[in-house]
Write a protein that binds this ligand. Structure first.
Ligand code: SAH
Length: 396
């Protein structure tokens, strides 16, 4: 077994960690020592009293995660078998739902191992590794996965910058290779998935409940605008829910073919829909000039994005984005304001909404709210992990 490095953390952090806070933050570490990716850390308070055992792995946030508060528990194959099995047991209802064949099986610290997520796509598993450190444990973790589930195949995504950019290597790990697109189901809606084509596979699973809600309750007979539309999943859900018309806008050229594909696998005539490759902010200008307006406007931008003309940061610019949306939403229309930015809270998000309506001299009513779905299990001691905030706002 690897050597254990003992580190001390500051008093305040020690108190938090004793209550279950799992992230090892660089600024909290008092011990001045070189640590290696994947090394086992024994975390103690200033007095040297054991708090937890974890690993060193540098991510954007933190330098590692606590894995257990039990000093005698080893971090080995059996440890991962237990964590994986517990995660799978919690998701029995997902495995049994024939209408949904894709979901998150393992959600990082929410399931007890920060830095690793595992998603399920109809028999295929995708492991996403968020640091070189956690990737050091891959052999044990893949062995554990073999032990607790039967699968068609396993793929992996590495979300840590080794030498800069994401490296487009072969993501296949074991089992049999899939044929892509792989067609999976989400509440009966078909989704075309590619596990061998870069970091994004075609759908963001955390929006499942929101897509269902739009489809079931908000779409019928409506004119829907889906901004930052990626593969158009919200548009497809709206069309299946009986939307009169959908408009999908995304800057990425490939979003056009990807959106056509998602409509097509659901037998929706994509030619009856608008799919526009354009900067969203450009589109807002165009829509205003043409006096276009919508019943439903979906805003689901990335936390950060840079286009030729615009830098968008959710934390700084969401109010402005909402103002643009308010200007082209009909009275009694609904704005679906979504963000996956973990640096601000739901309360702050409400503040952005309030400011935007005030600036637009318009009033509103919050109709409903969503956070992460049940398969994206979060830790009560680590609220930052509960990043998704979706607010349905009615324009009055
Ligand atoms: N809402 C999508 C996911 C969005 S991912 C879904 O539910 O599936 C973020 C998308 O925003 C990417 O596809 C990216 O190409 C797009 N994007 C980023 N900046 C943009 C901009 N300024 N205008 C339009 N699209 C943008």
């Amino acid at each position: 077994m690897a050597d254990v490095t003992t580190i001390k953390v500051k008093k305040q952090t020690a108190e938090k960690m004793k209550k279950g806070f799992p992230l090892i933050e660089k600024a909290a570490v008092l011990t001045n020592i070189e640590m290696e990716e994947g090394s086992i850390l024994s975390v103690t308070d200033e007095a040297g009293v054991f708090i937890g055992k974890g690993y060193y792995g540098k991510q954007n946030k933190g330098i590692g995660w606590i894995l257990t508060n039990n000093q005698s528990e080893s971090i080995d194959r059996l440890f991962f078998v237990n964590r994986l099995q517990a995660a799978i047991n919690r998701r029995r209802s997902f495995y049994q739902d024939a209408e949904t064949t894709t979901f998150r099986v393992f959600n990082g610290e929410g399931d007890g191992v920060g830095g690793l997520t595992i998603d399920y796509y109809d028999g295929y598993y995708v492991c996403t590794w968020y640091s070189e450190g956690i990737y050091h444990f891959r052999r044990d973790i893949y062995e554990a996965l073999k032990e607790v589930v039967s699968f068609k195949g396993v793929y992996e995504k590495k979300r840590f910058a080794g030498k800069g950019q994401y490296v487009e290597d072969d993501d296949f790990v074991m089992g049999e290779r899939g044929e892509f697109p792989l067609l999976v189901k989400e509440n009966g809606m078909n989704v075309a998935i590619y596990l061998n084509d870069g970091p994004m596979v075609g759908v963001f699973l955390d929006q499942r409940d929101v897509r269902k809600k739009i489809r079931d309750t908000y779409a019928k007979g409506k004119n829907v605008l889906n901004t930052f539309s990626y593969t158009g999943a919200f548009s497809v859900a709206a069309a299946l829910g009986g939307a009169k018309h959908t408009t999908s806008v995304d800057l990425a050229k490939r979003s056009l073919a990807k959106t056509i594909e998602q409509f097509s696998v659901n037998s929706i005539d994509y030619e009856a829909q608008d799919i526009i490759v354009m900067d969203v902010f450009q589109y807002f200008k165009f829509a205003k000039k043409k006096e276009k307006s919508f019943d439903v406007v979906i805003l689901d931008p990335p936390s950060f994005a840079r286009s030729k003309k615009h830098t968008f940061s959710a934390a700084k610019d969401y109010t402005g984005l909402l103002q643009e949306a308010i200007a082209i939403t009909r009275k009694n229309g609904v704005i679906v304001a979504s963000t996956n930015c973990s640096t601000f809270s739901m309360e702050k998000f409400h503040g952005f909404i309030k400011d935007a309506f005030k600036k637009e001299k318009s009033s509103y009513e919050i109709v409903e709210e969503y956070s992460l779905p049940d398969d994206f299990r979060t830790s009560k001691s680590y609220r930052e992990g509960d990043y998704l905030k979706v607010v349905f706002v009615k324009v009055k």
